[in-house]
Design a protein around this ligand. Structure first.
Ligand code: ADP
Ligand code: MG
Ligand code: MG
Length: 254
């Protein structure tokens, strides 16, 4: 049974139709890459799955672990294991990164009816995760987003992922703006967190991240629909031929 089953999803933003009949199924343990040109609707898809505001689903369905995902509030989705790395809108100097993350984890545990972790328990968890990711603890003591470089922000996303232990992790352009070493770091983190129970939706415009994160399935999203799906070789073909190569394949609108 699919962990995530998206059928004929249509959605609009600010009155503009963005998703136009998108269908996609993800099994536990799989890594799916969603590639596509700018403006195709990749981020829209991630945001809709996470329940971000401002998107209107006009048709279609999304089932997650057998439940109607679209009926759930964003915090219920997070508590059920759907993760979209949160971009902190602003720097919050003085508010410790670890403190913020513990609050996020405890909020999710509360929705699940689990006890909250005290600071000692949380610190233990954090130490375990840092070891899994081969990270130093320098991120912990920083203020939220305070002076983070692009690479540090992305590493922090992976750290959030490790601590929150989602079942469905959505990474949107986690590779953008990273140099090759930072890219490898992020990929190693993702690979360390792959497990039979966890699925990843890796959204990326470029193929290069997929040199390091080997996807099970690659989808091309163009003009609001999946126009092609295949194995890792599809990403390489795209890299070689560019998105124009797929233009002829965009199915007529439903
Ligand atoms: P991608 O991530 O594939 O580059 P997006 O999902 O970000 O594409 O955007 C798809 C389309 O929706 C683009 O044409 C973009 O301009 C438009 N769009 C996204 N968010 C908004 C918004 N908040 N208001 C208006 N248009 C938006
Ligand atoms: Mg974009
Ligand atoms: Mg995007």
């Amino acid at each position: 049974i699919a962990m995530l089953k998206i059928e004929n999803l249509h959605a609009s933003v600010a009155g503009k139709q963005i998703l136009k009949g998108l269908s996609l199924q993800v099994q536990p343990g799989q890594v799916h890459a969603v590639m596509g040109p700018n403006g195709a609707g990749k981020s829209t898809l991630g945001n809709i799955l996470a329940g971000r505001e401002g998107y209107e689903v006009t048709e279609g369905s999304v089932s997650y672990q057998g439940r109607d995902l679209l009926e759930l509030a964003p915090e219920e989705r997070a508590a059920a294991g759907v993760f979209l790395a949160f971009q902190y809108p602003v720097e919050i100097p003085g508010v410790n990164n670890t403190y913020f993350l513990r609050a996020a984890l405890n909020a999710q545990r509360k929705v699940r009816g689990e006890s909250e972790l005290d600071s000692m328990q949380f610190l233990k968890l954090v130490r375990e995760k840092l070891a899994v990711l081969h990270l130093k603890d320098e991120l912990l003591h920083r203020g939220v987003n305070e002076g983070f470089s692009g690479g540090e922000k992305k590493r922090n996303e992976i750290f959030q992922l490790a601590v929150l232990e989602p079942k469905l992790a959505i990474l949107d352009e986690t590779d953008s703006g990273l140099d090759i070493d930072a890219l490898k770091n992020v990929a190693e983190g993702v690979n360390a967190l792959r497990s039979p129970e966890r699925a990843f939706l890796v959204i990326t415009h470029y193929q290069r991240l997929l040199d390091y994160i080997k996807p099970d399935v690659v989808h091309v999203l163009a003009d609001g629909r999946i126009v092609e799906s295949g194995g890792p070789e599809l990403a390489l073909e795209l890299e070689a031929h560019g998105y124009a190569w797929l233009k002829d394949r965009v199915a007529p609108e439903k």
